[in-house]
Design a binder for this molecule. Structure first.
Ligand code: WTA
Length: 635
């Protein structure tokens, strides 16, 4: 098992060790894992290219480190607790032995379908144990999983399948979320029609809805499982073989398929999980994230299972049957560590104390947040009413690109401060730069957050586009990884994340590129162009404000257009990307060279209707007055 730090002096000591001798430090952690062949070299790196290799020529399989490594003493322990959407439905507990058997069985299904090492498998599923089984089965045989969040539309799913060149899609008939069912198979069908690469779909029966199955392409999960046994040997992988691709949004339109590799990701997620959450044997850990996002990958599945933990997965939503659902689950399973997004805390806080007051919550030891800055009010509510003033809050800052937690308290060890992610994790060397790229030394400084030394969990490339990887993360500031986030280091040396400094917005903890939403809106036949910006939103963190230029409202007037713009975004990205406000305008504020002055639009979206600063480069100042008039009406 990876070492666990238990005191503040222990943290300081280990951090210094990781700084003075990073390779020696990570080699010690790596040696606690099960290798088929030891690596030749701990690290080779060059941030210019960029090329990062951890544990070169080491051979291993991540599932052997989840299962075989622990089997003698953990086989009968619960690996996964699954809480269904409907609390009246029977929950499921899978022991490590049972999960292992199903993973081997499903990996035999994939082998029988002709899947080979390096093949890409797309997964579009609801939050059910089979989703974990599918991803680990891919890892078992060396196939690269690409999980797409089941809230994405068919077009987004199709784009991601095509970009990864996936030959199999693992999906389900449908999914339950609150009182709704989602037509997962129908969305999958539309996506498969759109891309040519998928040869077969494996369909899990979840809702029992009557769905069409295409002969020769679609196969039922349960039927295929009956045809195979549950014995197999893991494929031996190179440390740097890709483990998965996960798409995320950037400042340009097309989503990026970030590639994480085997050994570094394994070591980093396991080590951060154990230390940040201070997970101890026998604890029950509950991460409320969807596995379709990086938090679910790293801290619902890989980190916990590599640590022999009991990890709870929840199929439903926090407000059904009522707004006490999370806390009911905490009490039902005596959850010890609970990890969620600030947006969930804010929305439950807004629904009042009646959903919390009658809950016990005494099992909780550690609370966590991730995905967006947490405001002080929400932090205190979480701390006082959920943690009852006894549970430390770990405000964990990290990204899809970083693979695991980068800046965070270690629970109960690093003193917390509301809305601060506090101090860097072992091996992480943060650096703050000013807009010119000059390092800002000392405390009480604010600037852009970069990282200057590699860590094992970092993404290695963008699938099929290494140059974009270089450009996006390693070209803004030479020899540094640029995070895209603004940060403050206070007088105590504590880090507070201020939010994105690029055209990425964070809505309810969902990361989106404004360009991606604009591209979707522009697909509307009556839209000429659009500009999307974020604005502060009390529950979602940021809301989406769309300024839409459209000259012909013949169908249904302005209201009609607004509605159909929302439907267009629904169709192209998914309901979670729907703008909160759509303002139909005659033109956008542009400079003489045609660049949209987003600064002005951001101010208007925030409710500031004058004092736009220097507007001398504006081509047509009239446009701004017209937008302001319109904005006042819808604000
Ligand atoms: C933001 C989620 C403030 C940040 C794991 C980052 C945060 C982006 C925090 C990555 C936090 C994440 N405090 N902001 N604790 N955690 N962020 O890729 O802007 O979905 O760049 O990964 O979320 O989002 P992603």
């Amino acid at each position: 098992m990876v070492p666990k730090i238990s005191t503040l002096s222990g943290y300081i000591f280990e951090y210094q060790k990781s700084f003075a001798n990073p390779t020696g430090f990570w080699a010690n952690i790596a040696d606690t894992f099960f290798w088929r062949k030891k690596y030749d070299q701990v690290l080779e790196w060059d941030f210019k290219k960029p090329e990062i290799k951890w544990f070169a020529n080491g051979k291993l399989n991540i599932t052997e480190n989840i299962f075989e490594r622990h089997m003698f003493h953990r086989g009968d322990q619960t690996a996964i607790i699954w809480e269904p959407n409907d609390p009246k439905e029977q929950f499921v507990k899978l022991t490590y032995n049972e999960l292992f058997s199903k993973v081997k069985q499903f990996s035999n299904v994939l082998l029988k379908q002709g899947v080979q090492k390096g093949d890409r498998i797309a997964i579009y599923m609801p939050m059910v144990p089979e989703l974990v089984i599918a991803m680990l089965a891919c890892a078992r045989i060396g196939a690269i999983h690409s999980i797409v969040f089941a809230g994405f539309s068919s077009q987004s799913l199709g784009d991601r399948i095509a970009d990864a060149g996936a030959k199999i899609l693992i999906t389900a008939d449908g999914g339950f979320r609150g009182t709704k069912t989602t037509p997962i198979k129908q969305i999958s069908d539309e996506a498969m029609d759109q891309c040519q690469c998928v040869e077969k779909a494996i369909v899990l029966k979840r809702t029992g809805d009557d769905i069409p199955m295409k002969a020769g392409r679609d196969y039922w999960w349960h039927e295929l499982m009956q045809e195979v046994n549950d014995t197999n040997e893991a494929e031996i992988m190179d440390a740097e073989d890709p483990l998965f691709i996960l798409y995320t949004s950037g400042s340009t339109g097309k989503p990026k398929g970030l590639v994480h590799t085997t050994a570094g990701y394994m070591i980093y997620t396991a080590y951060t999980f154990r230390n940040v959450f201070q997970y101890g044997d026998g604890d029950t850990y509950f991460c409320s994230a969807d596995i379709g996002w990086i938090t679910g990958h790293s801290y619902l599945v890989y980190g916990p299972l590599l640590s022999g933990a009991t990890t709870l997965m929840f199929e439903g939503i926090p407000t059904w049957p009522d707004a006490g659902r999370f806390w009911e689950i905490v009490d039902k399973y005596k959850v010890n560590q609970f990890y969620t997004a600030p947006t969930a805390i804010r929305s439950l806080m807004a629904l009042g104390m009646e959903w919390v007051e009658n809950k016990n919550l005494a099992s909780l030891k550690v609370l966590g947040t991730v995905g967006e800055p947490i405001n002080e009010e929400a932090w205190h509510w979480y701390h006082d009413h959920i943690g009852k003033n006894r549970c430390p809050i770990v405000d964990t800052w990290w990204q899809t690109e970083t693979g695991g937690i980068m800046i965070s308290p270690l629970a109960g060890i690093i003193p917390t401060k509301p809305s601060y992610a506090t101090l860097p994790f072992m091996g992480i060397q943060p650096l703050i730069v000013d807009p010119e790229g000059k390092e800002m030394h000392g405390n009480s400084v604010e600037g852009n957050l970069c990282i200057k030394f590699p860590w094992p969990g970092m993404a290695r490339t963008i699938w099929g586009d290494h140059e974009r990887f270089r450009q996006t993360y390693f070209s803004t500031y030479p020899d540094l990884y640029f995070t895209g986030d603004g940060v403050k280091r206070d007088e105590d040396g504590y880090y507070r994340i201020l939010g994105r400094v690029d055209d990425v917005i964070n809505v309810s903890g969902h990361r989106m590129g404004t360009a991606e939403i604009e591209n979707a809106i522009n697909e509307h036949p009556l839209v000429n162009e659009s500009a999307v910006v974020g604005f502060p939103h009390p529950i979602k963190g940021q809301g989406i404000y769309a300024f839409v230029v459209c000259t012909d409202y013949s169908t249904g007037g302005e209201e009609g257009i607004r509605h159909s713009v929302l439907m267009t975004v629904n169709k192209i990205i998914g309901p979670f990307a729907r703008p909160d406000k759509v303002l139909i305008v005659k033109g956008l504020p542009k400079t003489r060279s045609g660049k949209i002055m987003r600064r002005i639009l951001r101010k208007i979206a925030e409710g500031q209707m004058d004092n736009f600063g220097d507007t001398t480069t504006l081509l047509d100042p009239e446009v701004v007055s017209e937008i302001v008039e319109g904005a006042k009406k819808i604000s």
